[in-house]
Design a protein. Structure first.
Length: 323
């Protein structure tokens, strides 16, 4: 019998409390920055799905190409009884892994962790409608804080696709990868998508599309703050900025004040003031080399077993196993 089980690991109150802390520590005074996790309310998740289909945004197409060519080999290495995906979103690409797991007869369980409850519910219902053999556990939570609370059933393959790992700075990545190793058992696998270092023009176009969808996605974080913290930040006072930092090999998304901004955040009893031209960094998206990410995985105690790239060497999938 098919089953959809939706559970909440992070309560709405805990999410608001963390947002309040991040705003107080990161937004109210320079250097101004916010974690990208707050993009993904229902509207933000829908905007990101639009982004993945834009002509400038190559990562989703490139990663899908790799999975279409190599899913069978990647799944065969570990023979998972469950696939556990971090930041699952719509789970479109993951279908290739699920179909392969089913074809190999190793498992029938999919565990999806995402901050957006709407995204989790929509994806889960669509999956069981198409795959009557599949059991889905949807977990509303944050991979930064909830990994250790995720229940497991048998040998697992953890999938972290889309190069979301690039949103973490090097110190955060080291801690995150150690935590991933800690929830794997011997023989379990970790499948990681990584966007590769390339020319600045291609990268900047992917994060500043001509249709302006990424700009709306970036600005959405201000709407989330206004809603959750009872704020009156004027959205039209900001413009979207995307640029490549060659030294750090990462993209940055920022919000730049078009004019002086003065806003009230009644939910935390705070005032926000920015001068014209002042910026808020809302995301980094690191780009990787094969040597660099292999070293990071090995430092975390994982052995790299497979490395796959798309035909244009834009994107990579690396499969690591806990020995």
């Amino acid at each position: 019998m098919t089953r959809v089980d939706i559970r909440r690991l992070s309560t709405p109150a805990s999410v608001r409390d963390q947002l309040a802390l991040d705003v107080q520590n990161g937004l109210l005074s320079p250097p101004r920055r916010l974690p990208p996790r707050y993009f993904y309310d229902a509207r933000g998740s829908a905007l990101f799905e639009q982004i993945t289909r834009l002509p400038e945004y190559y990562p989703t197409r490139a990663e899908t190409e790799i999975l279409e060519a190599h899913a069978a080999d990647l799944v065969a290495v570990t023979g998972p009884e469950e696939i556990f995906e971090l930041g699952s979103g719509s789970s479109r690409k993951t279908r290739l892994l699920l179909e392969t797991m089913h074809a190999e007869g190793t498992g029938r369980r999919y565990v999806a962790l995402d901050v957006s409850e709407d995204a989790i519910e929509q994806a889960a219902l669509a999956l069981v409608a198409d795959y009557p053999w599949l059991d889905v556990v949807g977990l509303v939570g944050d991979f930064h804080t909830d990994l250790a609370r995720v229940p497991r059933e048998g040998r697992r393959l953890i999938a972290f696709l889309g190069s979301t790992i690039g949103n973490l700075d090097p110190d955060e990545r080291r801690g995150f990868l150690r935590e991933v190793t800690g929830i794997l058992e011997d023989g379990d696998g970790f499948l990681l998508g990584v966007d590769l270092v390339k020319d600045a023009g291609t990268l900047e176009a992917a994060y500043d599309d001509s249709a302006g969808v990424t700009a709306e996605f970036n600005l959405n974080v201000l709407r989330v703050i206004n809603r959750e913290l009872d704020g009156d930040i004027p959205i039209d006072a900001f413009e979207h900025v995307a640029l490549y930092d060659k030294e750090h090999q990462w993209m940055e998304m920022r919000l730049r004040a078009r004019r002086a901004v003065s806003a009230r955040l009644a939910g935390i009893d705070a005032e926000l003031s920015l001068a014209p031209g002042e910026e808020i960094r809302t995301e980094i998206s690191a780009k990787f080399t094969r040597e660099g990410i292999t070293g990071e995985l090995e430092d975390a105690g994982l052995n790299v077993r497979r490395w796959c790239v798309d035909a244009q060497d834009r994107f990579g999938l690396v499969l690591a196993v806990r020995p």
